[in-house]
Design a protein around this ligand. Structure first.
Ligand code: RTP
Ligand code: MG
Length: 149
């Protein structure tokens, strides 16, 4: 990765998959210049979701979140990006997220907010290690990404 880049973890949640938004969401990130380095579709086992959402385990919405995230397959992506935070996702509560963002364009409820993106470099590293093995992450040069974006 170049110096100004970082790796992030993006996931289309079960509602995003079932609403056929995978292509649109992936396309937005690719068009912005994110470089795809890992991709898989899976229904997450309970143990993985519990580790993934460990920080939220005491929150009142945790059981609902587990049921939602385990209700069908998700699409997990590792992507290299030029650091820019989570602006493309929009606020956690879609009613507060701006039109033009993924959540602002596609959804209305916090409990059904179609897509995840890591909130820091540290959580990205943790999340990618949870969802991908090393040999599932690709290494390649993308001129478009490194030269133009
Ligand atoms: P994410 O991790 O999915 O990108 O979302 P986030 O950082 O914007 O929000 P976070 O606080 O990490 O919460 C994770 C997911 O839990 C669900 N949630 N439900 N009050 C509620 O019912 C509630 N609050 C959070 C959402 O699906 C949120 O994205
Ligand atoms: Mg979060």
């Amino acid at each position: 990765m170049a110096e100004r880049e970082e790796r992030t973890f993006i996931m289309v949640k079960p509602d995003g998959v079932q609403r056929s938004l995978v292509g649109d969401i992936m396309e937005r990130f690719e068009q912005r210049g994110y470089k795809l380095v890992g991709l898989k579709m899976m229904t997450a086992p309970k143990e993985l979701l519990e580790m993934y959402y460990h920080e939220l385990r005491e929150r009142p919405f945790f059981p609902k979140l587990m049921a939602y995230m385990g209700s069908g397959p998700v699409v997990a992506m590792g992507m290299d990006i030029v650091a820019q935070g989570r602006a493309m996702l929009g606020a956690t509560d879609p009613l507060k997220s701006a039109p033009g963002t993924i959540r602002g364009d596609f959804c209305q409820a916090t409990g059904r907010n179609v897509c995840h993106g890591s909130d820091s470099k540290a959580s990205a590293a943790r999340e990618i290690a949870l969802w991908f093995r090393d040999n599932e992450l690709s290494h390649y040069t993308n001129d478009h990404h490194t030269k133009w974006v």
